[in-house]
Write a protein that binds this ligand. Structure first.
Ligand SMILES: Nc1nc2c(c(=O)[nH]1)N[C@H]1C(S)=C(S)[C@@H](COP(=O)(O)O)O[C@H]1N2
Ligand SMILES: [Mo]
Length: 327
């Protein structure tokens, strides 16, 4: 199946990854997104997500009267508290979600039929305590927090997004992996009647799947994510539940998950199946390892248009480098 696909992988025009051509500028981007006019641009500056809203949320958001947890959740100050947050319109308006379309600025226009509530996640495989839970139940039972992470797509663009969720390690503690479990496999929903991209790319090995080694899944950075910018995930960002693995290229951060399975062998993933040379299983962000079709040395910050140097492990080496040093 992979070999019949003439141009696999993230098809992006050359101009998009070539800094010299300075293709991308802010005004053009806004135009593509359907924003026009000076007034709106000026207005957007004021929409910067308020960090304080999340920071002060902790004490009050338990909603003692109802017992129900609500957004926003308190920000965990441990991970990069001082990063400049990307403007929300960019994070929610420039998406990779091939189940809908390959055109990033159009995903949000095509999610209308996508039903994300109610939503159950099947969590099982090689575990002592498998479960089938709704996203609301997970939010109720897990320690919810917000984290600011850099997010780096393999296509050489990046953003800084405030994600809300809980550490994958806390979920693994509850389900108790058996000793044979060595990897975690993640699977996305597959409902062609709700998402037009399945029909457009019939040769892809749907559903979208991803995977991590068990020790990567256990790493404190690995976040099961249900929200951004202090609110539940918009559909285009992978509602109602997705992974965020910030030291790996964005495609490892699978969206709209329906299944989490502990498995013994490294699971096949959609992108590795399509093009193993371009999208290997590990896929750690590394400026020194070029993609076969473009450099990974720098990245374009989507909402400013600035080009910055890409960092090894996307800047998270202090937390993850030890995973990759053989004893
Ligand atoms: N199911 C699914 N998950 C996915 C993708 C996808 O097409 N389908 N795209 C990946 C890629 S390439 C990126 S960069 C991120 C984009 O997430 P965002 O739209 O929230 O920025 O989702 C990842 N997860
Ligand atoms: Mo990506």
């Amino acid at each position: 199946m992979p070999n019949i696909i003439a141009r696999p992988g993230w098809f992006i025009p050359e101009k998009f990854v070539t800094p010299e051509k300075a293709y991308h500028n802010r005004r053009e981007f806004l135009r593509q997104m359907g924003f026009t006019g000076i007034g709106l641009m000026a207005g957007m500056a004021g929409l910067q997500y308020s960090a304080r809203a999340a920071e002060t949320a902790g004490a009050t958001n338990s909603a003692a009267s109802t017992g129900k947890k609500t957004y926003p959740f308190p920000r965990n100050p441990t991970f990069n508290p001082n990063l400049r947050i990307s403007e929300e319109e960019y994070a929610t308006g420039y998406n990779n979600f091939y189940e809908f379309t390959t055109t990033k600025t159009r995903v949000k226009l095509l999610v209308g039929k996508f039903v994300t509530s109610p939503w159950e996640v099947e969590i099982g495989g090689l575990v002592e305590k498998p479960m089938k839970v709704s996203v609301d139940e997970l939010i109720a039972m897990m320690p919810m927090e917000e984290r600011l992470y850099r997010f780096r797509c393999v296509e050489a663009w990046s953003m800084v997004v405030p994600w809300t969720g809980f550490p994958m390690s806390k979920l693994l503690e509850k389900i108790v992996p058996k000793s044979e479990a060595k990897f975690v496999k993640f699977t996305t929903f597959m409902k062609p009647d709700q998402a037009p991209g399945f029909a457009t790319l019939p040769e892809y090995p749907w559903p979208y799947t991803e995977g991590l080694r068990l020790d990567e899944a256990m790493n404190p950075l690995t976040l099961v994510t249900t929200g951004i910018y202090g609110k539940p995930l918009p559909k285009q960002n992978g509602a109602p539940i997705r992974m965020i693995v910030p030291w790996k290229y964005g495609y490892k951060s699978i969206k709209s998950m329906v299944k989490i399975e502990l498995v013994a062998k490294q699971p096949p993933t959609l992108w590795e199946t399509l093009a193993p040379e371009e999208y290997p299983f590990e896929s750690n962000v590394n400026p020194k390892v070029p993609h076969p079709r473009w450099s990974q040395a720098t990245e374009r910050v989507v909402d400013t248009g600035n080009r910055v140097n890409t960092q090894l492990y996307n800047g998270y080496g202090e937390y993850v480098a030890k995973l990759y040093t053989k004893a």
